[in-house]
Ligand binder design. Structure first.
Ligand code: DSN
Length: 442
């Protein structure tokens, strides 16, 4: 970044500081990962300068000979990796990708059925404040109190409400998604089954999670989570989808452009292509199984130390700690306090949460990024130990219901994060371990 350092030191300093943050701390946010240097090189290529509205061979701008080659190549890589006949690699991210799918298949007012946001679904699966529930009628299903998707409810609601699309997948599901059961229900009521595998796509590609491809009509994934590419998304149609509606690819293409998006981000598409090629290698299979093994170790250690986990554990990369037994709404203390010691997590609601999304009772953590850095069993045990020491240190801090009292408690907590030497000590330990594990892009 020599040139940038000379010409724009302000931005340069911010980028260097972010590199330092990533290197000296650890990312346990399950939707984040570290891409390879090669992916980053593709992202910063001159493709960033080029407009290519349309699709290969049908563009609205001249000069797209190489854009056509690139997009076709990346589509082919996606199709091969997931075993599907069609892939659109242009969505800017997961939210627009879901909007594209809904607008391709539904009339305004039609019904969509997805997992409730507070139970681990995604905003665009019909959450009440998302545009998806303004254009379409949302019929949310939930988790059971044991932390499993309530398939009885899914079946009952599907029969009663006859949604046009059933979505399986979400953002805080620690267990394997029962694609076959979802497919049986969708087929019974004539709905499209959309698998939003954004969180687990890398595990699917690496053989560490069942694939939805034999069961779903459409599969959507972001590309930057376990798949370890740049921020973007892909929409795929399966053979089963084509059998239901052979025009699905054309409908998706049209709903994307001119329906929702303009020019594709070719540099991102190049980065996705690089990542998809990495994802097809034997090393990635190993990576995917280590992500799951690390999550299981971390989950077991946390349980041993007295933490309660939604569903009692994990089948994938993600662990949802239910802190309710230590007091309602304490997720924010963990999120901020662990950040202070260089452990990045995110506060999250738990099924049946008695608190609000801003002060939820859970903490969502995951292993994709730390596994990319090469951390293994010993490090997972150490991470559990740090979380435990932190939790013990703040065990008496509760979130008051009264707003004024709450404000004061949060203020005092933030002051203590700065002044209490305990946090400096823990941070130094975390840094010293993290510095032994490189971040590929740094
Ligand atoms: N924001 C993503 C996540 O963290 O799971 C989902 O879009």
């Amino acid at each position: 970044m020599q040139k940038l350092q000379n010409s724009d030191p302000e931005i340069y300093e911010i980028l260097k500081a972010e590199e330092d943050r990533q290197l000296k701390g650890m990312t346990l946010i399950p939707s984040e990962n570290h891409t390879s240097k090669e992916v980053l090189e593709a992202l910063t290529s001159v493709l960033s300068d080029k407009y290519a509205e349309g699709y290969p061979g049908k563009r609205y701008y001249a000069g797209n000979e190489y854009a056509d080659k690139l997009e076709t190549l990346v589509q082919d890589r996606a199709k091969r990796l997931f075993g599907v006949p069609y892939a659109n690699v242009q969505p800017y991210s997961g939210s627009p990708a879901n909007l594209v799918i809904f607008s391709a298949l539904l009339e305004v007012g039609d019904k969509i059925m997805g997992l409730n946001l507070l139970d681990g679904g995604h905003l665009t699966h019909g959450w009440k404040f998302s545009m998806t529930s303004k254009f379409w009628q949302s019929v949310p299903y939930h988790m059971t109190s044991e932390g499993a998707i309530d398939m009885e409810e899914v079946r009952r609601l599907a029969r009663e409400e006859k949604p046009k699309i059933i979505i399986c997948g979400g953002t805080a599901i620690p267990r394997a998604i029962p694609f076959k059961e979802f497919a049986e229900i969708a087929d019974e009521v004539g709905a499209y089954l959309l698998a939003d595998v954004s969180h687990i796509a890398g595990l699917i590609a690496g053989g560490a999670h069942e694939s939805p491809v034999p069961y779903a009509h459409l599969v959507m994934t972001t590309t930057h989570k376990t798949l370890r590419g740049p921020r973007g998304a892909m929409i795929m149609v399966t053979d089963k989808g084509l059998a239901k509606d052979e025009e699905l690819p054309e409908k998706i293409d049209k709903a994307l452009i001119p329906g929702l998006q303009g020019g594709p981000h070719l540099n991102t598409i190049a980065g996705i292509g690089v990542a998809l090629s990495e994802d097809a290698k034997p090393e990635f299979k190993e990576y995917a199984s280590r992500v799951v093994a690390n999550a299981k170790t971390l989950a077991d250690e946390l349980k041993e130390k007295g933490f309660e986990l939604v569903s009692g554990g994990t089948d994938n990369h993600l662990i949802l700690i239910d802190l309710t037994n230590t007091g309602v709404g304490r997720g924010a203390f963990f999120h901020e306090g662990l950040e202070r010691i260089g452990i990045y997590t995110n506060k999250n609601t738990v099924p049946g949460d008695l608190s609000s999304p801003f002060y939820p009772s859970g903490l969502r953590i995951g292993t994709p990024a730390v596994t990319t850095r090469g951390m293994g069993e010993a490090e997972m045990k150490q991470i559990a130990e740090w979380i435990y020491r932190f939790a013990s240190h703040i065990k008496d801090i509760k979130l008051p219901e009264d707003k004024a009292e709450r404000k004061q408690v949060i203020k005092d907590f933030r002051v203590s994060l700065k002044s209490d030497g305990f946090y400096d000590e823990l941070r130094a330990e975390v840094e010293s371990m993290c510095e032994k594990f490189r971040v590929p892009g740094v």
